[in-house]
Design a protein around this ligand. Structure first.
Ligand code: ZN
Length: 312
């Protein structure tokens, strides 16, 4: 049995796991990323984790290492072009730097892409040849699985969060207007709540000193009109985004994950309602909308599966 090492490097946490080729978790570690300490320190941290696994599981030969990072990457060249959550990460030749200390094959990929790949291997996408996945978190990430493999495109593929919903809408962090992310991400749910309350819309959220997406969810569960409206709006935008992808790719399976997916019941009705109107050739009854099943482990599974698929 060989082992696969997977990393999921986010702005907050660095997660790392050793998984067998059959998909069994052998070891799992998590620690703060410490991104503010700079690029060199984080690279050293990756190397130390690999050495730790080698030492603690010396009986398992390592087949390779997969690394997921949020941001724009050039996976084949092994370059991290830009990562919004990792300060200083601009045009970093990660593979080249790691290869000086790590003797195994190494692969890098966008973190949301790897979540999709992880779900394809061991999660909600098992047995599905073609699907796309959306992760609803602080922002919205996405991944496209085509014929069981990740669709990486020629540059950065599956920027689903930046599908345009409203050309005159709010300005997104990417600099463009009215992206899906400005309607259905956790950060925008909060921003919109503040904006509407500022304009005079009553809400029980007005009592909170500082609102989080979870507070908006709780308020919606209690029937708060503003909170319910914001989730309906998120569902509407997701319906348009998903229909656009289904109409373009001809896919019939959609997986939704990320922290916001816990508020499933608050947005799914509106999402489905919009989807029925916006689909062209595909019948609504043929579309499967599934909740992701691997949670925080999806990225590590995906990183390991990336290695497995590349080495097989
Ligand atoms: Zn955008």
């Amino acid at each position: 049995m060989k082992g696969l090492i997977g990393f999921d490097i986010g702005g907050t946490n660095l997660r790392c796991g050793l998984i067998s080729e059959e998909g069994k978790i052998i070891a799992f570690y998590t620690q703060p990323t410490g991104a503010q300490r700079g690029v060199e320190k984080l690279i050293q941290e990756i190397i130390s984790q690999v050495k730790r696994i080698e030492k603690e599981h010396s009986e398992i030969p390592i087949a390779g290492i997969g690394i997921g990072i949020a941001g724009i990457l050039k996976p084949i060249q092994g370059i991290v072009c830009f990562s919004p959550n990792l300060p200083g990460w601009r045009q970093i030749p990660l593979l080249k730097m790691l290869r000086q200390s790590i003797p195994y094959p190494i692969f890098i990929e966008n973190d949301a892409n790897l979540i999709a790949l992880g779900e394809a291997w061991q999660g909600a996408g098992r047995g599905e040849k073609n699907f796309f996945l959306l992760t609803l978190g602080t922002g919205i990430g996405g991944g496209i699985i085509y014929q069981g493999h990740l669709w990486s495109g020629e540059t950065s593929a599956a920027e689903i969060g930046h599908i345009k919903i409203d050309p005159y809408g709010e300005r997104c962090l990417c600099g463009r207007r009215g992206c899906l992310e400005t309607f259905a991400s956790a950060s925008w749910l909060v921003r919109r709540a503040y904006k509407h309350m500022h304009l005079g819309m009553p809400s029980i959220l007005a009592k909170y000193p500082k609102i989080t997406a979870k507070d908006v969810f709780t308020a919606a569960q209690r029937g708060d009109i503003l909170a319910c409206y914001l989730f309906q709006l998120a569902g509407w935008a997701l319906g348009i985004g998903i229909a656009t992808l289904c109409n373009t790719l001809g896919f019939k399976t959609v997986i939704i994950g990320g922290g916001m997916s816990n508020a499933w019941e608050e947005f799914i009705g509106s999402l489905k309602g919009t989807l029925t109107k916006e689909l062209l050739a595909i019948d609504y009854s043929e579309v499967k909308i599934i909740k992701s099943s691997l949670g925080d482990m999806a990225g590590i599974y995906g990183a390991c599966y990336l290695v497995k698929q590349n080495l097989d």
